[in-house]
Every structure is written in structure tokens, then in C-alpha cells.
Design a protein around this ligand. Structure first.
Ligand code: COA
Length: 497
């Protein structure tokens, strides 16, 4: 019975259908919706919105934590509901609409969105739509498999719609730590001093009179689309573990390393998976997305604690982990994304950040977002929050994409998300480039030698040698810097014909 989950009885009368709740949302509004990398997203109200858009003009600004599941971004895009979208997405249909210029996408550091809202540099938020597994006796909202930006959306919004999801286990209650930073410019330090630190409340504290509607749902989170580790991702993991082992032997890290962060996607998940067979133990995570590898590491006895903002699992892992999520209590904490990704905390903890590059260049600049410099893929996500502030900012990528027609290491990236100053280590399946303390000319030598695929190495060396002859601190042949990308556009391959 859903009423057990609405512990503030005065709210029982607020239960309505998704269609009735969606009527609170009108054309031109800004909506703050729960959802972070397909976890804990609102699942019913957005669909009702899409249906309404068939018969009336309905265009909104949609803010979330990060990407959504259940095809919500696709459905809203196809219904023409999205005027503006932020701070992250990973949907192929929305991606195309963004690249056609039909949806204005604001690609933001994930830690920043609510800071901008709180300081009224963006917003206001008209309606928050938040998935919950329960509402407490005082009207506090207990989130589900993610927190993302939900807490601040709910606190700042004029009205709140709660999607009470009966498939989300009540055991999730107690796994959230909702801490809201105090106002600037006199902000207190955030009291998170270890991955395990509890700083806030187990629910989102709001004035219950703001809850304008409650919708009961039974739809599960979508599963992650990550692929299992392959030979190349295993090689990437191997290089990284060897490097970290060297850091330990040289006394720069202990056997438990520093708290780990791993970005979304197949490669980062595979790298963490590789830690199962590593010589490290008593690992901790201070990350944003907790993927399959987090639970594999727990079950292998390698990981003692994981802090994140969402739990995003493959279908098999979801079915295995969710029913027994209570058994991870005390070892797992979900935080608002501004805390999981907060520069202050990441710098304090000395996080080892492992994120994926779409492409990088011979000097170590990283493009995480734009294919050929113009076409948005997903967004910067939390990679910038972590890379700039990490103890070690590590970027991983396969050296080749599209069956070797693209080299992921190029003379100059066509879009820079993480500049050379923020990138300590680059890893591809061919090797690892430790860039710390190296000047650009040395960085290029190391990257070309270790990370470029043999089929592109001579080309890269030739470019660099000719650039060196021209001179400069960071030598380039500007007229040729994008020639590999141009060749790909013209011939379908970066390889010369
Ligand atoms: N040029 C063009 N396309 C490239 C490419 C390149 N240099 N490198 C990879 N790709 C393509 C792949 O071919 C693949 O295409 P497909 O979907 O048509 O098969 C796609 O990009 C994804 O690459 P994949 O190798 O499967 O990596 P991934 O799933 O690990 O995703 C990112 C890689 C970079 C797209 C992803 O990590 C991302 O969005 N990162 C930014 C956000 C982030 O880092 N957040 C971190 C905190 S969670």
C-alpha cells in the first residue's frame, strides 16, 4: 500500500494521476527534475507532459541531475517539449536535436548547476518533480537511487510533484546524506573529511505545503548501457594498476590508494573492475556514479566504502543488487551532486579521478564532449569537477575509434574540455603517459611514444618533428593541426590514402 510510504497523513489527499500533476506545468516554465545517469528519475509526469504537448503549445526548460532513463529525453524531444536542457544528457535523439540547434543545451559542470540557481544567476525553478521512495512524518522527501540536484530543486521550487515509486526498495532510506552548503560569501567549510563522512540529513527537508501533487509509480530505473570489459579495456586497466602500484612502491600512495572516482561509460567501469585483481585493498570511492564495478569490488572484499550521487547498474546487476541493497547499508552513501563533485571536497580528499576522453592531443588536452569539434556527444558531466581538483587526474581512452578510422590521439583536439594543466596521466591500451612535471615538448614525446596506436605513430611523430622545427613552447603547424579530422570528414578515415 502506497499510504505506508506517505507518513505525513495530511498529504494523502495530494495523490493524483500523472496527467493531473502535469497540469501544474505550463508553457515557458523551468522544471527541475530528479534523475542522474538513468537512476532515480521521474518516470510518469514527463510522459504525461509529452502527451499534452500533442494538443497544446508546451515548451519548457528542463534541468536534471544528469542523464535520464526510460527514454524520457527521447520522448520529450520528439514531443517538442524541450526548449532548453541542462546540465547533461546522453540520449541519441536529443543529441541530434541539440546538434540541429533545436534544443538549447547548456553543458555544465555537474557541481555548478544548483550553485547558479541558489545565487539566482539562473532560474527560478517553477516546479520540481522528484522521485521518492517515501515521504517522512515531517514531509521530508526520501530520494531513491540518485540524489543529483533533487534537494536544491525541491528547496528552491515554488511547487513540488513527488513521484512515489513503489518499486524502489524502502531499504534505500538511510543511505542518503543531504547536505546543503551555507550561503556565500561566508560559507562554512563542507564537513566532509573522508568518503564516509555524514554531513546532512537522510531526506530532503522541505515545507510540506509545497508538495502540490503526489503520483504513485511502479516503473523501474533503466539499466546502464555499459559493455563488459574487452581486451583493450583490460589492457588500459592493467597499465593503470601498474602505474598506481609504482606510486605505492615509491611511497606516494598507500595500499588503499586515495578515494577513487570513475566516470561513466564502458572504459571507466572496466578500469575499476580491473581493481579486483589488483594488489590494493580497503579501497574507498568518492565518485558520482556507482556502477556495476562498485558492487563487484564490494563483493570481492576490495572496497570498504563508496560515496556517490547515483547507483546506475546493468540489468543483471540491478536485479541482483536492488533487492539486497540493505546489505550495503553503512558502506554506501548517496549525496547531492554538488557535494559528490565539490571541488573543495575532491581537493581535500585527494581523489584519484579516472574519466574517459573522446580524444586527446599530443600535448595532453582532452576533448570529452564534441565529435569533430562541433557535434555534441553527451556533455562534460562531472569530469571537469574531478579533473581540475584531483590528486591524480587520469584520462583513459582506446587509442582508436571506428575500426581504426579515427585516432583518439590527434595533433590538436578540436574542442578542449580539460586543458593540459588539468591532465596528469593519459592511458590507452597501448600504454600510459605520466605527464606530471613535464613541459609540452616532453609531454608530446611521452604521449606519442606510449599512447598513440602504432598505425598512427609515424604520422604523429612526423607532425611533431616538423612542428618542433618551427619552434614555440607548444609547437604546432596551425595549418595542419586539424588535418587528420579534415581527412576523416573528406575520406572517412584519418589515415592518408
Ligand atoms: N571521435 C569520434 N567518435 C569517437 C571517438 C573519437 N575520437 N572516440 C570514441 N568515439 C565514439 C565511439 O566510437 C562510440 O561511438 P558509438 O556510440 O557510435 O559506438 C562513442 O564515441 C562512445 O565511445 P566508447 O568508446 O564506447 O566510450 P564510452 O562509452 O566510455 O564513452 C565518452 C566515452 C567520452 C562519450 C563518455 O565517457 C562521456 O560522455 N564522457 C563525458 C562525461 C564524463 O566524463 N563524465 C564523468 C563523470 S561521470
Amino acid at each position: 500500500m502506497y499510504r505506508d510510504r506517505i507518513r505525513l497523513k495530511s498529504l494523502w489527499g495530494k495523490v493524483v494521476t500523472p496527467e493531473e500533476a502535469a497540469l501544474l506545468i505550463r508553457d515557458g516554465m523551468t522544471i527541475g527534475m530528479s534523475g542522474f545517469t538513468r537512476a532515480g528519475d521521474a518516470k510518469a509526469v514527463p510522459l504525461a507532459l509529452a502527451e499534452r504537448a500533442a494538443t497544446e503549445r508546451l515548451k519548457v526548460t528542463l534541468m536534471t541531475g544528469a542523464s535520464l532513463g526510460n527514454d524520457v529525453d527521447r520522448i520529450l524531444t520528439e514531443a517538442g517539449v524541450l526548449a532548453r536542457r541542462l546540465p547533461f544528457q546522453a540520449d541519441p535523439v536529443l543529441r541530434k536535436a541539440i546538434n540541429r540547434g533545436e534544443v538549447m543545451f547548456v553543458d555544465q559542470h555537474l557541481s555548478e548547476t544548483v550553485e547558479l540557481l541558489r545565487s539566482r544567476q539562473m532560474g527560478p525553478v517553477d516546479v520540481a518533480v522528484i522521485e521518492a521512495c517515501a515521504i517522512t512524518e515531517t514531509g521530508g522527501i526520501v530520494p531513491t537511487t540518485s540524489i543529483g540536484n533533487s534537494a536544491t530543486f525541491a528547496i528552491l521550487a515554488e511547487k513540488i510533484i513527488v513521484e512515489l515509486n513503489l518499486t524502489q526498495p524502502l531499504d534505500l532510506e538511510g543511505m542518503h546524506d543531504v547536505y546543503i552548503p551555507t550561503r556565500r560569501p561566508f560559507r562554512e567549510p563542507i564537513p566532509v573529511v573522508t568518503a564516509e563522512s555524514r554531513a546532512g540529513l537522510p531526506c530532503i527537508p522541505i515545507d510540506p505545503s509545497k508538495i502540490a501533487a503526489i503520483v504513485v509509480t511502479r516503473k523501474q530505473d533503466s539499466s546502464a548501457t555499459i559493455l563488459p570489459p574487452d581486451g583493450e579495456t583490460r589492457d588500459i586497466a592493467g597499465h593503470l594498476i601498474e602505474f598506481l602500484d609504482r606510486e605505492v612502491r615509491q611511497g606516494r600512495l598507500g595500499r588503499s590508494l586515495n578515494p577513487l572516482q570513475a566516470g561513466i561509460g564502458t572504459i571507466a567501469n572496466a578500469v575499476l573492475h580491473g581493481m579486483i585483481d589488483s594488489p590494493f585493498h580497503d579501497l574507498t570511492m568518492y565518485s558520482e556514479v556507482l556502477q556495476d564495478s562498485t558492487f563487484d569490488l564490494f563483493d570481492a572484499g576490495k572496497l570498504t566504502f563508496a560515496s556517490g550521487s547515483s547507483i546506475t547498474l546493468s540489468a543483471g546487476k540491478y536485479a541482483e543488487v536492488l533487492p539486497k541493497i540493505g546489505s550495503y547499508k553503512g558502506r554506501l552513501l548517496l549525496r547531492p551532486q554538488e557535494i559528490s563533485n565539490h571541488p573543495e571536497v575532491i581537493r581535500r580528499l585527494g581523489v584519484i579521478g579516472i574519466n574517459t576522453a573522446l580524444e586527446c592531443d599530443i600535448y595532453g588536452n582532452v576533448n570529452s564532449t564534441h565529435v569533430n569539434g562541433t557535434q555534441m556527444m553527451n556533455g562534460i558531466g562531472g569530469s571537469g569537477d574531478f579533473a581540475r581538483n584531483a590528486h591524480l587526474a587520469i584520462f583513459v581512452t582506446k587509442s582508436l575509434a571506428k575500426d581504426g578510422r579515427i585516432s583518439s590521439v590527434v595533433p590538436m583536439v578540436t574542442h578542449t574540455d580539460h586543458n593540459e594543466h588539468d591532465v596528469d596521466v593519459l592511458v590507452t591500451e597501448t600504454g600510459l603517459a605520466d605527464l606530471r612535471g613535464l613541459a609540452p615538448r616532453e609531454r608530446a614525446e611521452t604521449i606519442i611514444r606510449n599512447c598513440v596506436h602504432p598505425s598512427y605513430r609515424e604520422l604523429a611523430l612526423d607532425y611533431h618533428h616538423r612542428a618542433l622545427q618551427r619552434g614555440g613552447h607548444t609547437p604546432h603547424l596551425l595549418e595542419e593541426a586539424f588535418s587528420w579530422h579534415q581527412r576523416y570528414q573528406q575520406t572517412g578515415s584519418m589515415q592518408p590514402v
